[in-house]
Design a protein around this ligand. Structure first.
Ligand code: ATP
Length: 403
């Protein structure tokens, strides 16, 4: 069922439908009369969801400290961050399960900060499957639709949803007769049964084993794309966030550190915290002599593009292990301190006196057969591609540790 939303366009009170179908239409670039009007009137269409300076305090503890964020129609957003950074609190505020201390939450321009969870009618899926153990799969799925649809419609909807989550034929089973992954898929079917405008997922995969997680995350992503339902998912698992999200919101201590596509977040982290939290990173003290001249230890680098740091002096240079290259000649001397097998590659610890007194990590692929590419104690040469070096202003503390 679609729900009519009201917001002001050019001084007029306008109404638009945001059923799943309508969302799909907008996503398919067909411009609605409302969009056309908004464009011609020079009025920017408000985002699907907007958070303005959202603060949340539990007693004196500031769990959220001024969150600004927008979510577009049909987007898949992940809140990523270490334990206790405020991800679930933010999701619960969006769901209406928690009140904000100050700030505003707008849905298509309409202030819903004080609207109850029941009125918002967003679909919610938690880590624990939260199925009714005494109800069958069928009854669990149609639970929220009862009284709103005929028996025949309920049956049709349940069949359709079970097909969507790949569980056809399980209608009569009870939750205890299903695996964890299957129960979570039933819970997902129940969450999307009323065709919510927004689907909120709080660590939906964290109780499942690794293989089921990977399978289910792909299934959730495909389902989300097919239904074009705007989705926000909380996770502390960076792989989950990078593989599933259109945009990742990296949080730290109640604030947003960076919002960006998975590749932005991984290749262009904006803060040392993001660089440290997402993926593996080498951090090396360095000195900036101009915006393109950098010294790490006693090695000089010419950066191909001016870095974002505007002031010369002490900086922090960062480099991903997979960007360190082993070369035959003309490189920096390095001694292998340890070798670790990661499956897809070998992680090599290196002493590189010309760069830093810290260990430098490098990811190399294997040598002949299954042999490691280098041995502990071996002397090799490495090259650092200057275009891969990320420079941060000052060596600030790296904040919370990885979850
Ligand atoms: P996790 O990944 O461990 O679930 P999170 O990032 O989702 O962590 P939140 O659950 O949002 O973190 O909690 C943020 C902070 O707010 C934590 O320090 C937590 O202890 C605190 N907090 C959350 N709920 C309450 C509450 N009801 N009363 C007091 N403090 C709370």
């Amino acid at each position: 069922m679609g729900q009519a939303l009201r917001f002001k366009v050019g001084g007029e009170d306008a109404v638009t439908s945001r059923s799943a179908g309508a969302v799909r239409e907008i996503g398919n670039s067909s411009t609605s009369p409302l969009d056309a009007y908004a464009c011609s009137a020079g009025v920017a269409k408000p985002p699907f969801l907007q958070l303005e300076q959202v603060f949340k305090r539990f007693g004196v503890f500031p769990a959220l400290r001024g969150i600004d964020l927008h979510v577009d129609d049909g987007e898949f957003i992940c809140f990523l961050g270490p334990s206790g950074c405020g991800k679930s609190t933010l999701l619960r505020i969006i769901a209406g399960l928690e009140t904000l201390t100050s700030g505003r939450l707008l849905e298509a321009g309409r202030d819903i900060s004080r609207t109850s969870a029941a009125e918002r009618r967003f679909g919610i899926l938690f880590q624990s499957y939260a199925l009714f153990p005494n109800l069958s799969v069928y009854e669990n799925i149609v639970y929220g639709l009862r009284g709103r649809k005929s028996r025949a419609e309920l049956a049709r909807r349940a069949t359709e949803l079970l097909q969507l989550v790949d569980l056809s034929g399980t209608e009569k089973k009870f939750p205890a007769q299903l695996s964890g992954g299957e129960q979570q898929r039933v819970a997902l079917a129940r969450a999307i049964a009323p065709s919510p405008r927004l689907l909120l997922l709080d660590e939906p995969l964290s109780a499942l084993d690794a293989k089921v997680r990977v399978h289910l995350r792909r299934q959730i992503r495909e389902l989300q794309r097919r239904l074009a339902v705007t989705t926000i998912m909380v996770t502390h698992d960076q792989e989950e966030a990078l593989t599933m999200a259109d945009r990742v919101v990296v949080m730290n201590r109640g604030t947003v550190e960076q919002v960006g596509t998975p590749t932005d977040i991984y290749y262009s982290p904006r803060t040392p915290f993001v660089a440290n939290f997402v993926g593996k990173m080498n951090f090396m003290p360095a000195v900036l002599k101009s915006r393109t001249k950098l010294s790490i230890g006693n090695t000089a680098f010419d950066l191909p593009r001016p870095c974002d740091v505007m002031t010369d002096g002490d900086v922090l240079a960062c480099l991903r292990p997979e960007h360190v290259r082993m070369v035959q000649s003309g490189g920096l001397p390095a001694t292998v301190s340890h070798v670790e097998f990661l499956g897809s590659c070998w992680r090599i610890g290196l002493d590189v006196p010309a760069l830093t007194t810290n260990e430098v990590l490098a990811d190399f692929t294997g040598g002949e057969g299954f042999a490691p590419p280098v041995q502990a104690g071996e002397c090799i040469q490495i090259a650092i591609p200057p275009e891969r070096i990320i420079v941060f202003q000052t060596p600030t503390p790296l904040g919370a540790s990885k979850a």
